[in-house]
Design a protein around this ligand. Structure first.
Ligand SMILES: [Zn+2]
Length: 456
């Protein structure tokens, strides 16, 4: 008996020690940031996949939902040192450095002092590092992981700092900031530092190792809903696959930050159809990174947002004397009153949308007033939305801002703001040491948790 107890004790001690040794075992980190992806962006998309019969999701489960079900959730605040609401620069700075910052600042704390970021720390540990985005590479989020400037608008300076820092992978839009004015010679400098510079999908496919600078658009990549117009641009998922292929060649592991940057842009435009497509773009990316984590030991995927944008959600509206009556297909009356609840029909409408409403509104605003008739507007909206739109009941249909608001009202959507909000946002960790990221925290606490997971 004594011997058995002794063996059990040794086994128990071994299990406990092994459990401790496991924390800090992350070798590869893929950090996906949905820019502007507030809680409703997640609800809006996952619910759409569950209930709207999307042809791409025969099993009605998004990769995002799979990640939520198999991962560890957390929720965090994103306030800066002295503001309740953040911008992308301060948010990414606080996430990448663990220090409180101020809106507009890139890689600097609230006193304006440059602070080390997670990619710089990883470099010291001998890991490979990269940033991928579908905005432009000098935009706030990738910039805060690779540069240090007082102001996010200093794109030229950010581009030069990025090349000097030299991540193995830099991909996204923003060719402009590497090729004109004071940065006219920056691509030559990048090549001298070992970068393979590529500007389209075909050239990217030919890169198999080494360092890569992929600049696939003069400024930002198009919104996902309009990507079909530019087939030579690799998708966010294609860029990420190549980034992982290159970075994973380092036996010391890698850290890759991928930004799905257009969720924010679609929400700034209060364009729910484009918003859905941006979430689907993120979901395709998650399909790839989760599969990579499943087959690659010691890999952590961490998904979060920098802040909410727009506070967009479904709602109901009172329609007065008009009365709404909703019946099931069998004729059973569901409700009968003056309240019109948003229905799943709205999702089907989003799926038909062909253009960004921001761009449509922009081109309508360029039209001379005498050409901008209600009939002309209706024709353009019908083409952009992909289903027949009737604006005959709208008040002042030629007031374009008011018109788009009424359109959202018809579709049961409400947006509180064209800007950012202070809503706390969600994080989901999946894979090795995911449990480091549970509970309620602040974005300055992400880095210490990352360090624990990485065993630093
Ligand atoms: Zn942002």
């Amino acid at each position: 008996m004594k011997n058995i107890r002794c063996v059990l004790f040794v086994l128990l001690a071994f299990v406990l020690l092994a459990g401790q040794a496991l924390a800090g075992d992350v070798k590869n980190l893929i950090w996906v940031i949905g820019d502007g992806m507030g809680p409703e962006a997640i609800g809006f998309f996952t619910q759409g996949v569950r209930y709207a019969n999307l042809p791409d999701y025969p099993e009605k489960t998004s990769n995002l939902e799979r990640m939520l079900s198999g991962g560890t959730w957390g929720m965090f605040f994103n306030n800066t040192y002295d503001t309740l609401v953040t911008d992308s620069a301060a948010a990414a700075t606080q996430m990448a450095t663990g220090k409180f910052s101020r809106p507009g600042a890139i890689g600097q704390d609230y006193k304006g002092v440059s602070v080390q970021n997670i990619l710089e720390m990883a470099r010291q540990k001998g890991m490979s590092v990269g940033v991928v985005t579908d905005a432009y590479v000098t935009d706030a989020t990738p910039a805060a992981f690779t540069a240090h400037t007082q102001n996010r608008q200093q794109h030229m300076k950010i581009a030069r700092q990025m090349i000097n820092f030299g991540p193995e992978v830099i991909m996204g839009g923003g060719l402009k900031y590497f090729s004109i004015g004071e940065n006219e010679k920056l691509l030559d400098k990048a090549k001298a530092k070992g970068y393979q510079v590529v500007t389209d999908k075909k050239a990217l496919a030919e890169v198999t190792s080494g360092k890569v600078l992929g600049l696939f658009a003069f400024q930002a990549l198009p919104l996902t809903i309009e990507m079909y117009m530019r087939p030579q641009i690799p998708t966010l998922t294609e860029q990420t696959q190549k980034a992982v292929e290159i970075l994973s060649q380092n036996p010391n592991g890698f850290i890759l930050m991928v930004e799905a940057g257009k969720i924010d842009w679609a929400a700034h435009a209060n364009d729910a159809g484009a918003w859905f497509k941006e979430m689907q773009n993120l979901d395709t990316l998650l399909g790839y990174v989760l599969a990579y984590a499943d087959k690659t030991p010691d890999t952590l995927v961490y998904l979060n947002a920098d802040h909410d944008t727009g506070v967009g959600a479904f709602t109901y509206r009172h329609i007065g004397r008009k009365k709404a009556m909703k019946k099931t297909e069998q004729g059973e009356v569901l409700y009968d009153g003056d309240v019109d609840y948003a229905s799943f029909k709205t999702y089907h409408q989003f799926l038909l949308q062909k253009r960004s409403l921001y761009n449509v509104k922009g081109s309508l605003k360029m039209m001379p007033a005498d050409k901008l008739t209600p009939a002309y507007i209706q024709e353009n909206l019908t083409a952009a939305l992909g289903y027949p739109v009737d604006i005959s009941g709208f008040k002042n249909p030629t007031d374009l801002d008011g018109l788009f608001k009424q359109l959202d009202e018809e579709r049961g959507i409400v947006w509180a703001t064209p800007s950012h909000s202070s809503l706390p946002v969600l994080s989901v960790a999946y894979g090795e040491d995911a449990d480091e990221f549970s509970g309620l925290y602040h974005n300055t606490e992400i880095l210490p948790r990352m360090k624990a997971a990485l065993g630093w």
